[in-house]
Design a protein around this ligand. Structure first.
Ligand SMILES: [Zn+2]
Length: 389
């Protein structure tokens, strides 16, 4: 699918940064070691024109589930509380802006290429299976991820159905990849593509952001058609907050795999509201189910074999990343709802463990539905308990 639209720079600046579902929060500049960069980036970003358009816009073909989408804007202070992950994101965001400004010759077209197109190019490259066979910036998790995928295939009885693709910032070093994407996903004529590639080459050779900045590989999503994309950057940034990178890989893969199970059963599984119809209730339901499936797999003794505490710590970090910006409280489920869904998945696995059984996906689905009201209602009460109203 090719879809070309234009958008404004402020939108573009926020659109490519991927992590945390559908939050509208903006990045705070408070933090730890990122403060030094934040000050200069905040001061000088005002010199960047705010109405520059990128050259690409892309909607994933088919029904999709974007998992870890983060919207933030370095300019506007946020009401969000700080978290370790926000500090990491802020650090790399400011490094990116600083690196861009440091290598910028003032050409306004560079803004659209570097701060917008680059993110879309790397999404498209991963989706189109370019440079996706390894995991980790240096391939250091390739073996681990491939074993994890085999485990998921076996556990859910889904052999060779899902293509798991790594996303790497180093892909952006290859101007042939950039050329391929512009040629196939933009309406730019050849001479304009050459011009855009010149901008890219300048940035790649004069800034210190490619391949270093993990934000350019921070996608995590599943799509109809059996594709899962996980970027090195999202894992490494979470690991920087103190989480075990392998558990992070496993958690993201198990969650995206949960969506693939839902896609596989789309049209057959019954739900209280239609699945994947883009309403808050629908999205919350399918997300909570993916969380239930995640914890079921991760804690099952024939699955991930993790103990609950280890899983809980990592999932709690996932769920808390984007909480403060949710304008629609029910959209993806509150952190408490998501953690409760995961805990119920763990309890379901725990009961089965004694018999050493792996439930069918249908049975896990049924178990989730039987708990859904409690997950949503119970945690709503918990969420409201601390509020002053
Ligand atoms: Zn999800």
């Amino acid at each position: 699918m090719k879809m070309i639209t234009k958008k404004k720079f402020l939108v573009a600046l926020t659109a490519g940064f991927i992590f945390v579902s559908c939050s509208s929060d903006e990045e705070t500049l408070s933090g730890t070691e990122s403060d030094l960069n934040a000050v200069s980036a905040t001061a000088s970003i005002n010199s960047i024109p705010q109405n520059i358009e990128g050259n690409l816009s892309w909607n994933l073909p088919g029904k999709t589930s974007h998992e870890f989408k983060n919207n933030f804007n370095v300019v506007v202070p946020s009401e969000c509380g700080d978290t370790p992950f926000r500090s990491v994101i802020s650090f790399y965001n400011n490094a990116l802006i600083g690196g861009f400004l440091g290598s910028w010759d003032g050409n306004p077209d560079a803004i659209g290429v570097i701060l917008d197109d680059y993110f879309i190019i790397n999404q498209i490259a991963a989706f189109d299976n370019i440079n996706t066979d390894t995991f980790g910036a240096n391939g250091e998790y390739t073996h681990y991820v491939k074993n994890r995928v085999r485990s998921l295939e076996k556990f859910w009885d889904m052999p060779n159905l899902i293509s798991v693709r790594g996303q790497h910032t180093s892909t952006l070093e290859d101007l042939n990849v950039l050329r391929y994407v512009y040629e196939n996903y933009s309406s730019a004529p050849p001479e304009v593509i050459d011009y855009l590639l010149g901008i890219a080459e300048n940035f790649n050779t004069t800034s210190d952001q490619i391949p270093e900045n993990p934000l350019y590989a921070s996608d995590g999503f599943a799509t109809f058609g059996g594709i899962i994309v996980v970027g090195d950057g999202i894992v490494s940034m979470l690991a920087e907050t103190g989480l075990d990178a392998k558990v992070v890989w496993s958690g993201i893969l198990a969650h995206e795999w949960g969506h693939q199970i839902q896609f596989q059963n789309f049209g057959n599984w019954e739900y209280p509201v239609p699945a994947f119809n883009n309403t808050p209730e629908s999205t919350r339901m399918t997300e909570l189910e993916a969380d239930f499936l995640t914890a079921y797999y991760l804690t099952h003794k024939r699955g991930g074999t993790y103990n609950w505490k280890r899983v809980e710590d990592v999932l709690a970090s996932f769920f808390n990343i984007g909480d403060c910006g949710f304008e629609s409280p029910g959209h993806h489920g509150t952190p408490n709802q998501r953690l409760e869904a995961a805990r119920q998945g763990y309890l379901f696995a725990s009961n089965q463990k004694k018999k050493g059984q792996i439930a069918t996906a249908q049975s896990v689905h049924d178990a989730f539905l039987s708990k859904l009201d409690g997950i949503v209602g119970g945690s709503d009460a918990a969420d409201n308990a601390g509020n002053l109203h």
